[in-house]
Design a protein around this ligand. Structure first.
Ligand code: PMP
Length: 387
């Protein structure tokens, strides 16, 4: 029995376990399971029932250019941006997508020109979101083509720049990098929410993308939205989605509406009913995680982390810290391939090379369950003690 094991045997058992039989923890993807507890505690507030006879039609609102947009979802998007203060919605059309992934492709299609002599260049500053290059080139489109790091891009003529702020993978706030007037910009603000970064002012761009995946954690609902100024761009994005999936799941839009409504309600009721808003709850978890992470990383000299400055957040009404959804970890010293090094310790991460950066860096998700996060902390701590 376990009690009969002497202390020396038990430490042998433990070290065997850590050397060989430990569970592999996979933090390659940014799967936002961290928010599950909040939504469980909300109980039936976000439960929806859809009778079999409802929403059979492809059409949601034929009076809208984006005819597959549910009016109820559009209302909740506008309301949430007003409550949070992270985006101007006046003078914008909303285009709904199957995740913001579909909207990235719709935007590339809409911003490129079928009559151009050659495909328009698509750039983003390194380290950039690792899906951009493959999204741009997967179908070898004649309309657009991945052209790499925005910082070194010097080709004359029009281009599309993806501006991700705060950035995936490193968490820094960003502005357009290519300093020229012929750029068409796509602002990917998937992480511009108070739990990740101070909300300094409402974003006010021509084409801005958001998603429920990272804001509320409902990645599986597959709903994103674009705020778009130019009506021609709205028409082309709508056309793309029409050709691609003949609209966007109405069931998912109903679910997303209910979730966004619950988030806005939680913010508005916070003061009156002493309840915690979704963002306060998630900010506190992220703060706790970043504190634990910085403590283990600072305890040794093997790894380093990005450093951020606090700033005033108009949502919380005080200074907050940036606390990204990903760790952009650097292996210091002579470890050249941080991904393989950590894989050797059963931590699966994504190498910096996928983000146009050095393999000394890896991206690690901060949005997993408490259990997985604590295992990550334990392992990083053990590695620093051992090496
Ligand atoms: N943009 C960025 C910067 C992301 O990190 C992600 C998800 N990892 C997406 C877009 C796509 O998200 P989704 O399709 O789930 O909305």
């Amino acid at each position: 029995s376990r009690l009969a094991i002497s202390s020396s045997t038990s430490s042998l058992v433990n070290s065997t376990r850590s050397a060989g039989r430990e569970r592999v923890i996979n933090l390659d993807h940014g799967d936002p399971t961290m928010y599950e507890r909040f939504w469980r505690e909300m109980g039936d507030k976000t439960t929806i029932t859809i009778p079999g006879w409802q929403s059979l039609s492809y059409l949601s609102d034929v009076s809208n250019i984006c005819w597959f947009l549910e009016p109820e979802f559009a209302r909740e998007v506008v309301r949430l941006h007003k409550v949070v203060g992270n985006a101007v919605t006046e003078g914008r059309h909303i285009v709904v997508g199957t995740g913001s992934s579909q909207l990235i492709l719709a935007a590339l299609y809409a911003l490129s020109s079928p009559d151009a002599a050659e495909p328009i260049s698509v750039v983003s500053a390194a380290p950039y979101y690792s899906s951009y290059p493959s999204m741009a080139d997967y179908q070898k489109s004649g309309l657009y083509k991945w052209a790499g790091d925005a910082e070194t891009f010097d080709k004359e003529g029009p281009y599309i720049e993806l501006v991700t702020s705060p950035n995936n993978p490193d968490g820094y706030r960003r502005q357009a990098m290519v300093n020229r007037s012929q750029g068409l910009l796509i602002h990917d603000l998937a992480y511009y929410w108070p739990q990740y970064t101070p909300i300094s002012s409402p974003s006010d761009h021509d084409l801005t993308l958001f998603t429920v995946s990272k804001s509320t954690g409902h990645a599986g609902t597959r709903i994103g939205w674009a705020l778009v100024k130019d009506e021609e761009v709205v028409k082309k994005m709508t056309k793309f989605i029409e050709l691609n999936t003949i609209g966007v799941s109405r069931d998912s839009q109903f679910r997303a509406s209910k979730v966004l409504k619950a988030v806005s309600d939680s913010c508005e009721q916070e003061n009156s009913q002493d309840e915690e808003s979704f963002f306060k709850y998630s900010y506190k978890i992220m703060a706790q995680r970043w504190k634990q992470l910085r403590a283990v990383v600072d305890a040794g000299d093997m790894f380093s982390l990005p450093q951020f400055s606090p700033a005033f957040c108009i949502f919380f009404g005080h200074e907050t810290e940036p606390q990204p959804g990903f760790i952009w970890l650097k292996c210091e010293g002579d470890i050249e391939d941080c991904e393989s090094f950590l894989r050797g310790h059963k931590i699966i991460t994504r190498s910096g090379k996928h983000f146009g950066a050095s393999p000394k860096y890896v991206r690690i998700s901060m949005l997993d369950t408490d259990g997985t996060f604590l295992q990550l902390i334990d392992r990083l701590s053990a590695i620093q003690e051992r090496e």
